[in-house]
Design a protein around this ligand. Structure first.
Ligand code: SMO
Length: 759
């Protein structure tokens, strides 16, 4: 029996739960002995001209090794002259967001750095700041006057054709905000670097060592082989550690410049303002349909707030664009997007990266449409979901959805939730005038995973003379459980027990080529690379065993229960993996694979949230969350459930609590975890998880990605539940996060308009 699909307890957990992880900041290694500490001087203003920097007082402060400003960066490539939007390593003439690095102070101890940084005197001449995308798009205040506009990568038609909407019985027009959130990984950004006279070694907390190496090499102006990147344990990334920011490039630079090891770990407050944010889109949308529940036309005209530098903004907008039609069969879909720069922290990937935004909007619209035509939102979905017999399904945006059972997923969730009873209970409470009303919210979703499929992923498996297997993977765990899953894949194919499989990742010397972990790609790309390595090794072993036992290779049998080979019908004479490794001689028993799938995959599912809203205070409590997340066959159900738990928690957080907020001058006002209401287990019920495993034909294990699914499905279900709770009052929409204040206001506005109507 295969180990795949069984509930194997994660093999990395005993270490993480006893001696603990080793994060970059925990490293006590000879190369970092006597390392100096980096402290960044960050801009306190959202937009200003730098007219002078006086470092003399700081340079004299106790323990100061060096103070560097942009003028000291004379040995790195200058920002490309042909790109007026280029992001410098240190701000030189202008700062564009609060938190932008302006100078770096290097000291013997961390505490000395905090003090010395205060002594760096920067003269700022404030410039008007533009914080809101709807202001920024007017181009009245420009972040880069040389560029002449704040708009980047505009996409879509100049004019929309209104005819498809004119033919509809019902048309809804809305503007939705998908608020800015902070990724808040448990481990903040952290790096250390040492220079050996030829090469810089960087220990860095990130999602892909090889991309990080490329970024650092590019920043320093050296060939990639002059940089080695090592990532020890990583405490979460959520997209915000795909590669590294300039803060880490500068750590590498300082080690080279000073010929001394340096280390840097940001504070939590720094992390909240200087690590990239996520989401931050404004959607102007229009949906048209008929009273029979059929949606006929959909338009989304949206802006991605890029923050102060474009970075991956265009990529995020592209993901939202591609997934805009979502799970529905809609005859007309019109999409326009632009990235707009603002004087705020740059926005990057965050769990789902552009896809949750697409789902959130259409799922909200479907509910408003349902309310408008007086039809149950589940029924409206059922009438518009892409039917199972239409797969593979080509979307209006040119994607090919591989496999899906959208109606079935929805129906199973409704059934498990007891939908009819929930509606009855909702009605009962309303009729009784209960101040605690019930809301039931749905979402159906599909997401694209491993959209960067041409990059593929590398794997290498080496069988040791002791019969063990060592797996080198270009994929990159930040908590996802690669050590367990990759070992299961090896055991499944080769019969080498999991405890004899070692997984190595995150060292560019050991794994020169790799892509890393993001876009829910690890298993379907990196895991498959390991699977393919094992298959190759099996074939090599078959030849070796055949030669040794003087048999036809086709007669050789691998008994995966014992990890040994024998000739068909002659089970007495066995060759184990240790022996086969020996037989392979000098060459060794190894396989290398760079697996490149032909297409991305499309996990899907449905979520149902039940909330209780206190109509006197606006307080929302999530009572139940039922989800079905189908990512194909599960390698390890425990790990898949863990991914769903974390994803749902972050999705609920966006719906109810979290928002990275700025004042009108661009000052972040949620810059610590007292003000930024990060969700915790205390706010969450136990999730009710349903399983369905619809395989893809894109890879031999039929697997899709699960890392981001929970986040994508959960947010709209919860937001819809809050609105649904108040629908009897005439409430049709509440922006996220649905804080008590927002909910209370919505209730009062609805009651006010009721009263006015009665007068
Ligand atoms: S937001 Mo993810 O790490 O693609």
């Amino acid at each position: 029996m295969s180990v795949l699909g069984t509930r194997v307890v994660r093999i990395e957990d005993p270490r993480l739960l006893t001696t603990g992880a080793t994060y970059v900041d925990d490293l006590r290694i000879p190369q970092l002995a006597g390392a100096a500490f980096v402290t960044y001087v960050r801009s306190p203003l959202a937009h200003a001209r730098i007219t002078g920097i006086d470092v003399s007082a700081a340079a004299e402060a106790p323990g100061v090794v060096a103070v560097f400003t942009a003028n000291d960066l004379d040995d790195v490539p200058p920002p490309p002259a042909d790109n007026p939007l280029a992001e410098p390593l240190l701000a030189k003439d202008v700062v564009r967001y609060v938190g932008e690095p302006v100078a770096m102070v290097i000291t013997e101890t961390r505490a000395q750095g905090e003090d010395a940084a205060e002594l760096v005197a920067v003269d700022y001449e404030p410039l008007p700041a533009v914080v809101d995308v709807e202001e920024a798009v007017k181009d009245e205040v420009l972040l880069f006057p040389e560029a002449g506009t704040n708009i980047v990568a505009p996409n879509g038609p100049e004019e929309f054709d209104d005819a498809p909407f004119e033919a509809c019985e019902v048309v809804i027009e809305r503007t939705f905000r998908n608020q800015r959130v902070a990724p808040v990984p448990m481990e903040v950004r952290s790096a250390a670097a040492a220079w050996d006279g030829e090469r810089v070694t960087v220990w860095s907390s990130n999602q892909n060592a090889q991309t990080t190496r490329a970024i650092i090499a590019g920043g320093l102006g050296v060939e990639p082989d002059k940089v080695r990147v090592i990532t020890p344990d990583v405490g979460g990334g959520f997209g915000a550690k795909i590669g590294v920011d300039r803060d880490t490039v500068l750590v590498a630079w300082a080690a080279r410049r000073l010929n001394r090891a340096v280390r840097w770990t940001e504070t939590r407050s720094e992390s909240l303002i200087a690590m990239q944010h996520g989401r931050a889109q404004v959607h102007k949308v229009k949906l048209g349909g008929n009273r029979d529940g059929k949606i006929l036309a959909y338009r989304i005209d949206f802006m991605q707030d890029g923050g102060a530098y474009p970075r991956v903004g265009p990529l995020l907008a592209n993901f939202t664009t591609l997934m805009a039609p979502a799970v529905y069969e809609i005859p007309t879909v019109q999409i326009r997007s632009k990235v707009v720069l603002t004087n705020t922290t740059p926005v990057g990937a965050y769990r789902g990266a552009g896809r949750p935004e697409a789902t959130a909007t259409i799922e909200r619209l479907v509910d408003i449409f349902a309310a408008e035509i007086g039809m149950d939102p589940a029924e409206v979905r059922r009438r518009n979901l892409i039917p199972a017999d239409k797969f593979p399904y080509t979307t209006p945006t040119g994607l090919v959805y591989d496999s899906g059972e959208y109606v079935k997923a929805l129906d199973r969730v409704l059934e498990a939730a007891g939908y009819a009873e929930l509606r009855a209970e909702q009605e009962r409470r309303r009729a009784a005038g209960d101040t605690k009303v019930l809301g039931i919210g749905l979402s159906s979703y599909v997401e694209v995973t491993a959209l960067d499929f041409p990059n593929g992923e590398t794997g290498r498996v080496v069988i040791g003379r002791d019969g063990s297997a060592t797996v080198y993977t270009g994929s990159h765990t930040q908590g996802q459980g690669h050590a367990t899953s990759w070992a299961m894949i090896v055991q499944d194919q080769l019969g080498i027990p999991m405890d004899k499989v070692t997984v190595i990742h995150g060292d560019t010397d050991a794994i020169p080529v790799g892509t890393g972990t993001y876009a829910s790609r690890s298993l379907q790309v990196g895991g498959i690379a390991v699977h393919e390595c094992a298959v190759k090794i099996k074939e090599k072993a078959r030849e070796l065993a055949a030669r040794e036992l003087e048999a036809d290779p086709n007669d050789l049998v691998l008994d995966t229960a014992t990890g040994s080979w024998h000739v068909q019908g002659v089970p007495g004479t066995k060759l184990d993996w240790a022996r086969l490794a020996e037989l392979a001689g000098e060459e060794g028993l190894t396989a290398d694979v760079h697996f490149k799938p032909s297409r991305p995959t499309f996990p899907f599912g449905a979520h149902l949230a039940v909330v209780e809203v206190d109509t006197e205070t606006g307080q929302v409590r999530l009572l139940r969350h039922i989800s079905l997340d189908d990512a194909g066959p599960l390698i390890n159900p425990i790990i898949a459930e863990g991914q769903r738990h974390g994803g749902i928690a972050q999705g609920v957080a966006q719906a109810l609590y979290e928002e990275m907020a700025y004042d009108a001058e661009g000052n972040p006002i949620t810059a610590n975890l007292a003000d930024y209401p990060m969700i915790s287990a205390a706010e969450l019920p136990s999730f009710e998880l349903l399983t369905m495993e619809t395989p893809t034909d894109v890879n031999p294990l039929g697997v899709k990605g699960i890392g981001e699914a929970g986040t994508i499905g959960a947010t709209p279900a919860v937001q819809n539940a809050v609105v649904d709770a108040l629908s009897h009052l005439g409430v049709r929409h509440i922006e996220m996060p649905a804080t008590p204040e927002r909910v209370w206001k919505a209730i009062n506005e609805a009651r006010g308009s009721e009263k006015r109507a009665a007068q």
